[in-house]
Design a protein around this ligand. Structure first.
Ligand SMILES: Cc1ncc(COP(=O)(O)O)c(C=O)c1O
Length: 455
């Protein structure tokens, strides 16, 4: 007989207390380093996303599918640097590319020989003729928004409630709005995600629910001739994994175009991970502009924005500025070239599918056996467990899920040799260096949690 959710909720609190104590006991060196870091670095971490409870894990090194923390704990890495390391750690071809390049000089702020090879490969994968490089996903979405505004001569941007597109002002709106501020489901409010953003900027960003074409039509009608672009993350990957409804992306493009606006895909997480050509390929919808970063650079700080020839021509014509001292940096380009042309080949995607089947299948069996109210979603190198039975279609669905389950699972995995991205909404990233044995460890740990929750 299945255990009631109430029984499981009572148990999970006790399990978390025990696992947190184990977690701390095994990481005294991380704790010392964190305490020292706090004296010099805000929150003791380089980015606030790294400040995850119960305490940050300071990592020393990585090789293949594994990483080791400063306390000597070994993990199979499913965090993979927030979705970056699909090549795995210290891949010999990346090490070779970076080492050779470093010996020849690491920075000139002049174009180099790898730039065009990387752009050619991205063009092939994402069906965009023209490219520019950046250094992060934030810069890529920022440039895409500026290009759309320049092209249309319009100021307003429409984004989806609870998508994260990086930390620039225009899109740091309603990323994880508090229920008291988020407004009605049928007409979400524009809520600044942080202090320090001018209200006039937040007011220029309209917010709609994912998978809701009626809301999208309504916002275009409400602001005739004012909307420059709709930006979407084609599969939402910061709320677990939220799939687009069948036909949603194609219809969203049609609506944007009908109203004279552009469609921007933020493929920072989906790009080169869910298919060689990301969501563009997987769903057969080519946007007007695409923002990339993360996986394309093989572990170097990278980003790219690609687009239609007539839109990107604004850069040629000096109408839209696209700058950056480190854009197309030789180290990044060498690593990106090796990643795209030598590592993320068709056999890499076949490998992702094969191990993803073992992982997702194993988790589904555990869920079925213990009759847990959870489900699994996977797409090639990406996937995750969602802690509710029914599919999540948007942020309001996601809010019905207690974050306790994900936190308990994260602790179980961390204490049993699996590193996961922190926070409830995160999910796994596989690499070309992950094996069936690696993913089985994830399944076994999850099975242990399931047993403890239900017994
Ligand atoms: C979908 C998406 N877009 C943009 C970004 C921002 O990328 P970056 O952290 O490289 O600035 C992220 C970061 O996680 C992301 O998940």
């Amino acid at each position: 007989m299945s255990t009631s959710v109430q029984d499981m909720t009572e148990r999970v609190g006790k399990l978390i207390a025990k696992e947190e104590a184990d977690f701390r006991a095994r990481r005294p060196r991380s704790d010392e380093m964190w305490k020292e870091a706090k004296q010099y670095v805000s929150k003791g971490v380089p980015s606030s996303f790294q400040d995850a409870p119960p305490q940050p894990i300071f990592v020393e090194r990585g090789k293949g599918s594994r990483v080791w923390d400063v306390d000597g704990n070994e993990y199979v890495d499913f965090h993979n640097g927030f979705g970056v390391m699909v090549v795995g750690h210290a891949h010999p071809l990346i090490v070779e590319a970076i080492t050779q390049r470093a010996a020849l000089g690491t920075h000139f702020a002049q174009p180099g020989p790898d730039v065009v090879e990387v752009a050619k490969e991205l063009s092939k994968r994402f069906k965009q003729p023209q490219w520019r490089f950046t250094n992060s996903g934030t810069e890529s979405t920022l440039d895409a928004v500026r290009l759309a505004r320049g092209f249309t001569g319009r100021d307003r941007i429409v984004k989806i409630e609870a998508t994260y597109h990086g930390h620039h002002d225009t899109l740091m709106v309603s990323v994880e709005p508090k229920p008291a501020l988020m407004g009605p489901a049928e007409s979400p409010a524009s809520v600044p995600q942080t202090e320090g953003i001018p209200k006039v900027l937040t007011d220029l960003t309209s917010v709609v629910a994912f998978n809701d074409l009626e809301q999208l039509e309504a916002v275009f009608k409400r602001y005739p001739d004012q909307i420059a672009a709709l930006i979407v993350e084609p599969v939402m990957m910061n709320l677990g994994i939220v799939m687009p409804d069948d036909g949603y992306l194609a219809k969203a493009k049609e609506i944007a175009h009908k109203h004279g606006a552009l469609l921007i895909f933020d493929e920072v997480k989906t790009g080169c991970t869910i298919a060689p050509g990301g969501a563009t390929e997987r769903f057969g919808v080519t946007p007007d502009l695409v923002a990339l970063a993360k996986a394309i650079g093989g572990g170097t700080p990278c980003g790219a924005v690609g687009g239609r020839a007539d839109v990107m021509a604004l850069i040629d014509d000096d109408r839209v500025a696209q700058f950056g001292t480190f854009n197309g940096n030789p180290l990044t380009m060498a690593a990106a070239r090796a990643t795209l042309t030598k590592i993320l080949t068709p056999s890499a995607y076949a490998h992702f599918d094969a191990i993803s089947e073992v992982l997702a299948g194993g988790l589904r069996d555990v869920i079925a056996k213990h009759e847990l109210p959870f489900h699994v979603q996977s797409l090639a190198a990406r996937g995750g467990v969602t802690y509710r039975k029914e599919r999540v279609r948007n942020y309001r669905d996601y809010l019905t899920i207690s974050k306790t389950w994900a936190y308990a699972s994260w602790l179980y995995q961390s204490n049993r040799g699996v590193l996961m991205a922190p926070f409830a909404e995160e999910n796994w990233t596989l690499s070309v260096q992950h094996s069936e044995e690696d993913v089985q460890r994830y399944v076994d740990n999850f099975a242990e949690l399931a047993r403890d929750l239900t017994n």
